[in-house]
Design a protein around this ligand. Structure first.
Ligand SMILES: *Cc1c(COP(=O)(O)O)cnc(C)c1O
Length: 341
């Protein structure tokens, strides 16, 4: 199969138009049969709820080429289920889980020439999204919806291998205690742009958000979840109803316990007790793991393993999970879903 003329090694994380995207429309109480289309633009009513009231949600996931040429998706059922939860939170019509997975497979298969080869470190990023459309004026759920998935080839997050970065604690909140933090809905991300910008201007990779009720506990690292490794080698990750439930995080919890033999805990992580950790990281689909060099809080930088080198447990977690994703290591039942070519 012909590959597109792309230098996989220099790819970043930027939009490029690929050949086909999947689109399905909900109207009069049901989804249409859906189709792959060439057009990467959508024309919708100026009165769509997505524009005014942020009635929207999205997902992010990756397809990989295995060593033997198989094409693999990583836990697409989890993305499908999370999108259902996001839809419920902002009162949008849900797209069925089985159709979501089938649509992902169709999009990958129709854009195989953009799927990076095994060993390149690159992958094919899938962006499913669902938006409220149709004529509407008042604050209420939309009369119609669009579900779509497009894909973009993306490069390895760390070109020179895993490298730690520093983060700073934000004064802003990304979520309210009983708000929409656990849903991957559009408005959460508009609200994070300013705090991200401020962190970058201070020289940090991104900001860390504390729990919105007491501002004493870590919730998220930018748009990624947090984990830390204690001095007695427990894998710890925060638990809170306003954290977005990262599929990477839940996969790492399993890998830490079942593949690395670590004890694991989901519990509060107090920002004034960061010295309990000898390693820390941010996790999410984009980078899988970003090792955290240090965290700045009120002028003090708490350094974990090192500001320049990734810690040994973080590296093992990364190697094991990415090994499963690329099909080099046998994963738990159902984690890796093959796309029939
Ligand atoms: C998407 C996202 C994550 C990571 O979730 P994954 O399923 O691991 O990609 C973490 N935090 C936020 C706020 C997110 O939007």
């Amino acid at each position: 199969m012909e590959k597109a003329y792309i230098d996989w090694s220099t790819l970043g994380f930027s939009y490029v138009k690929t050949d086909k995207r999947y689109i399905s429309r909900w109207k009069d109480g049901k989804w249409d049969e859906g189709a792959l289309v060439d057009d990467n633009t959508i024309t919708i009513s100026e009165a769509s709820t997505v524009f005014h009231y942020g009635q929207s949600c999205f997902e992010g996931m990756k397809a990989y080429t295995a060593k033997d040429g198989r094409v693999l998706l990583f836990r697409p059922d989890e993305n499908a289920k999370r999108m259902v939860q996001s839809c419920r939170r902002v009162m949008m019509s849900e797209f069925p889980v089985d159709r979501f997975i089938e649509a992902c497979k169709q999009v990958v298969k129709a854009n195989l020439k953009y799927l990076p080869p095994y060993g390149s470190g690159a992958s094919l990023y899938l962006r499913p999204y669902l938006i409220g459309v149709g004529d509407n004026l008042g604050v209420r759920p939309a009369p119609e919806y669009i579900f779509s998935i497009f894909c973009v080839p993306v490069g390895a997050y760390f070109k020179g291998g895993l490298a730690p970065v520093n983060f700073t604690i934000s004064d802003f909140d990304r979520a309210a205690p009983n708000g929409t933090g656990a849903a991957k809905v559009g408005g959460n991300y508009a609200g994070s742009l300013l705090s991200h910008e401020k962190a970058v201007k201070k020289g940090f990779a991104d900001c860390i958000y504390l729990d919105p009720a007491t501002h004493t506990k870590i919730e998220e690292v930018g748009a990624a979840n947090f984990f830390g490794i204690t001095h007695d080698e427990k894998f710890i990750t925060p638990k809170s109803p306003s954290i977005l439930p990262s599929i990477t995080k839940y996969s790492l919890l399993h890998v830490a316990k079942e593949y690395l033999g670590l004890k694991t805990e989901e519990r509060d992580v107090h920002v004034d007790k960061l010295a309990e950790f000898k390693e820390a990281g941010a996790c999410g689909t984009a980078a899988v793991i970003s090792p955290i060099g240090g965290i700045e809080n009120k002028g003090n930088l708490q350094v974990f393993h090192s500001e320049t080198e990734v810690g040994p447990i973080t590296r093992k977690l990364y190697d094991t999970l990415t090994g499963i994703q690329y099909g080099d290591i046998v994963g738990p039942e159902g984690w890796v879903v093959e796309v029939d070519l």
